[in-house]
Design a protein around this ligand. Sequence first.
Ligand code: SAM
Length: 322
Amino acid sequence: MVDHNLIKKLSLSFFKGLHCNLKPEEIKKMTWENQDLFLKQTVKTALFKKYPCHRDFCVRFFKMLIQSLEPEQEVHDDMYTFLCNIMKTSINDFCYRHYVVGNDFNNIITIKETKNMVLNGTTGLKTWEAALMLSDWALCHKETFSNKNVLELGSGVGFTGITVAKLCDITSMIMTDCHSDVLNTMNNNIQVNLSDFCLKENIKTNMYTNGGKSIGVMLLDWNDTEELSLPYIPNIVIGADIVYDPSILQSLLNVLLMIHKINNNVDIYIASVIRNQDTFNEFLKELELKCFKHEEINLSNNGLIDWDNSINRCLLKINKIS
Ligand SMILES: C[S@@+](CC[C@H](N)C(=O)[O-])C[C@H]1O[C@@H](n2cnc3c(N)ncnc32)[C@H](O)[C@@H]1O
């Protein structure tokens, strides 16, 4: 008998990059039919075939799955075939991750990224936990973004910007970063997730449009902002995990001041994982010195995007006092 709940749980573990941890009673239910459904829901999908997950993770997951099934079940031939084929592929710095939104396999954000915290001299080539937290919060507060022009700072590979652009009713989303590899990967990820958008390139911005919605990718280096020219006046600024380096806090604050000059009613939302309390406190102190007020927004797991609830985190809403 097909056990849809069990296969959904196993498929979600696979897409979330977790261990394959089947309990003894679950292994007993992993009949050929259920194994077949698992394969069809994961590695046999057109999405996975085009955008495969990390080779080493797949090898580990399938080895563990096959090992736990072998004593109890006839293992599906295609499990072995998949494992052999993936073992033959070469190791690559980049892979695809599939983020299942709201546990709905029809609603997946696919991101090309690396597992490395730093690659090619940047932290921007992986999706960080704060990006997941901010997206989860945004999807539960869609009204905040409705008909708004959004500007994202330090977008990295683009998970937050793409999720908000795709699933909220925004007017425009301008995603920015300072590193050319990061901007290239961001462009790639927009094309994967928003394939129905049309691209118009100009010197400063790649603009993707569909109907009334526009998504831009733009170089914005906080250290180099003598003048800030944006394609749209932002109503909202977002940033995930951009408060981590004491040496760039001043530049980041200058950018916030410049954006405020463009729109003095702008709302700024910054999600952080607090790794170093001193750096974070320094940011709060500097905000105050520059006459920004902030309020801390309660950030709990809404379950639309999975993130680690145990980490020390903060979502700030920032406005200017005058
Ligand atoms: C920790 S990563 C976070 C990336 C993404 N927001 C996320 O949460 O997955 C920090 C990001 O800030 C960007 N960044 C660092 N310094 C910057 C600067 N001076 N100007 C613009 N972006 C910068 C990095 O390139 C990187 O993409």
